[in-house]
Design a protein around this ligand. Structure first.
Ligand SMILES: *Cc1c(COP(=O)(O)O)cnc(C)c1O
Length: 364
């Protein structure tokens, strides 16, 4: 992987010397099931509403820094007030700002890998120690006792529900106990929350856990990863912190207009999300029936699978079938694992067909 030049290693802040430029390992493929995007067309009328909103947006004026119109719409969708919402340039910006505000030298962030690699990366950027409470190697179940013990000394905890890439949910009762144990702030990353069964969201705990932050994004269920809009829900004094550290114009006028139009049509996404969930179960059954493929249950729009020679299988999917999936086989705890985004029925059929050829006897 790429590294900084010798000259730059000497010039950047010392803790950044070993940083590696991000490589999403993207190659153009006919079928891209690598980034957990929604691969379905937008619901009828949504694209038209977005286009009309964009066309009506003046470009010569600076954006409203806090995007209050969008904030109000998001707040009302979640039964909260404007003061409980802060938007960001994708969930990623909010994750970084979370670490920026509450982390720093001498502070710790607790994470539960295998999880989203950005957590550890952002922590390292702001010199925050990451305490990793590893999941069970076979089931990926959380180690509840170790998590609670670590939370007691932490400035921050991030729980991911459903978790990327393992697909499982964090029980609300555990989230509540972590919030009670942690003297700092607990973020529950619900980037995939819309794919989970009703009643899974930690939002209901906001009323009684004053140190809880819930993260959402338009990138996954809502099919707008390109728009770059994420948001957090939390107590007003926590939102004030997010508002204070953010780049004031990070959410531009086009993003605000597009996101507002999209959020207003949110109910139109329900059938698509239901279809993706049904396809997830169909795909899991089909993959589980293949020889030598292990599939973990998932509450998100992707499946984690284990297959012998995973890196080679990924390469052949890409080169022989033009299907791109995500290889996790060199990540700690994810030996021989691939993450497959649930696509359209046609995309899923193509994936199953290719994998059955690659894992079947004639495949190697
Ligand atoms: C995709 C994702 C996000 C945020 O994505 P954005 O596109 O930056 O909004 C956050 N957390 C997890 C676990 C994700 O997979």
């Amino acid at each position: 992987m790429a590294q900084l030049s010798e000259r730059m290693r000497a010039l950047v802040q010392p803790h950044l010397a070993d940083i590696e430029p991000y490589d999403p390992a993207f190659s153009p493929c006919k079928i891209n099931l690598s980034a957990n995007e929604n691969t379905y067309p937008l619901p009828a009328g949504v694209r038209e509403a977005i286009d009309a909103a964009l066309a009506a947006t003046p470009l010569n004026r600076y954006p409203d820094p806090m995007a209050n119109e969008l904030r109000d719409e998001l707040a009302s969708r979640h039964g909260l007030a404007r003061e409980n919402v802060c938007v960001g340039n994708g969930g990623d910006e909010l994750l970084f700002n979370f670490l920026l505000a509450f982390g720093g030298p001498g502070r710790t962030l607790v994470t539960c890998p295998p999880d989203f690699s950005e957590y550890g990366f952002f922590a390292s950027l702001v010199q925050t120690e990451c305490v990793r409470v590893f999941r069970d190697a076979e089931t990926f179940a959380l180690d509840e006792q170790a998590l609670l013990a670590a939370a007691r000394d932490a400035a921050m905890v991030i729980l991911t529900s459903p978790n990327n890439p393992t697909g499982d949910l964090v029980p609300l009762e555990l989230i509540e106990r972590v919030c009670a144990a942690c003297p700092g702030i607990v973020m529950v990353d619900e980037a995939y929350g819309e794919f989970a069964p009703a009643g899974s969201s930690a939002e209901v705990l906001l009323a009684r856990c004053s140190n809880l932050v819930v993260l959402h994004t338009l990138s996954k269920a809502f099919g707008e990863a390109g728009i770059r809009l994420g948001y957090v829900l939390a107590a007003p004094d926590i939102i004030d912190v997010f508002a204070a550290v953010r780049q004031i114009y990070s959410v531009n006028v086009l993003t605000q207009a597009a996101a507002l139009a999209a959020v207003r049509t949110r109910d139109a996404y329900r059938p698509c999300v239901a279809t993706i969930c049904a396809e997830r179960e169909r795909l899991a059954r089909a993959l589980g029936a293949l020889d030598g493929v292990r599939v973990w249950p998932s509450a998100a729009n992707f499946l984690l699978v284990r297959v012998a020679h995973a890196a080679e299988v990924r390469r052949r999917l890409r080169d022989d079938y033009s299907i791109l999936v995500r290889d996790f086989s060199s990540a700690p705890g994810l030996a021989e694992c691939l993450r497959l985004t649930v696509g359209t029925p046609e995309e899923n059929d193509a994936l199953v067909c290719a994998l059955s050829e690659l894992t079947g006897k004639e495949g190697r």
